[in-house]
Ligand binder design. Structure first.
Ligand code: IPD
Length: 288
């Protein structure tokens, strides 16, 4: 928002305008379907673990998004959560590529916990061009376009400028693995941040929406092991365009396929968080 309280208009135009508009329309359409299905009975199955859930709505929404995009952009490539779960390879080539999570927060969706999103990212030449994330129940549309800023329902997003962990609100997600060694590392990472006197560590059940909170300045940092490229692609553009940093947990550059991330409003904060963490190995999306 501008200092005088007016909304700042998201700029129109840019090289991938038609794709961006298509992503926005499909995210809103998918959101309607998800909102309606939230209160209905669901058929739930598991994927990599008992905590990694999928429903018929995940499949329905992914099918809708991909088929509509394929009709409009037949030469484009796709990476999508449920297709990957069915064995499709996740390879990011230089071709225009859509990276789709039809329902982020499926476990929340199953329990009717109203924190669920649709996430659509778009990359060209292996560079993320835009991201669209729709918070289905609160009807908040987050967008970020490379070089053109990040917005939520027309209001410009800005990350927090916090550099001190002892003044930070930190977000994370548990990830799907629940074996004792993974849980021990997960809890120990949380403990390290609490020992560093972080104000709080929150788990809301949706990586993409947690990353949107970071982009909005409502939290100061985010880290996770076990998220996927479809959890990260759209949110990365939104955070970068809101002035934030998205990096690997080693402190090096982000690797979209590495299933791990640290993001923060400032490089200082991201580096401190990265230094505090012990690695949990989830493999790579492009090697599954
Ligand atoms: C998952 C959620 C969850 C996070 C997982 C994600 P999904 O996405 O964001 O909070 O812990 O790592 O994969 O399966 O609900 O799309």
């Amino acid at each position: 928002m501008k200092p005088n309280g007016e909304d700042e208009e998201a700029p129109a135009g840019g090289p991938w305008e038609e794709c961006f508009e298509a992503a926005v329309q499909l995210a809103l359409r998918a959101g309607q379907i998800i909102r309606k299905a939230l209160s209905e009975e669901k058929r739930v199955s598991t994927k990599t673990s008992a905590a990694d859930l999928v429903t018929e709505t995940d499949h329905l929404v992914e099918g809708l998004i991909i088929s509509e995009l394929q009709k409009r952009f037949p030469s484009h490539r796709f990476i999508a959560e449920e297709a990957a779960a069915a064995g499709a390879k996740c390879v990011l080539t230089p071709s225009p590529t859509w990276i789709v999570d039809p329902i982020d927060g499926t476990c929340n969706f199953v329990h009717r916990f109203p924190t669920v999103a649709v996430s659509i990212g778009f990359a060209v030449n292996q560079e993320l061009e835009f991201g669209v994330i729709y918070h289905c129940t609160e009807e908040r549309l987050y967008t970020g376009r490379r070089g053109q800023g990040a917005f939520c329902n027309g209001q410009r997003l800005r990350v927090s400028g916090e550099t001190d962990i002892s003044k930070a609100l930190v977000l994370t997600e548990i990830g799907p693995k629940r074996d004792p060694a993974t849980l021990k590392l997960f809890l120990s990472n949380m403990e390290r941040l609490l020992h560093a006197k972080a104000h709080g560590v929150r788990v809301i059940g949706s990586s993409t929406l947690a990353l949107c909170h970071l982009a909005s300045g409502a939290a100061d940092a985010y880290y996770q092991f076990g998220l996927h490229c479809w959890d990260l692609a759209a949110a990365t553009v939104i955070i970068r365009e809101a002035g934030g940093i998205v990096m690997d947990t080693s402190g090096g550059p982000l690797d979209l396929m590495s299933c791990r991330v640290v993001a923060a409003g400032t490089r200082e904060m991201a580096t401190l968080i990265a230094q505090a963490l012990q690695t949990i190995n989830y493999g790579r999306d492009d090697e599954k």
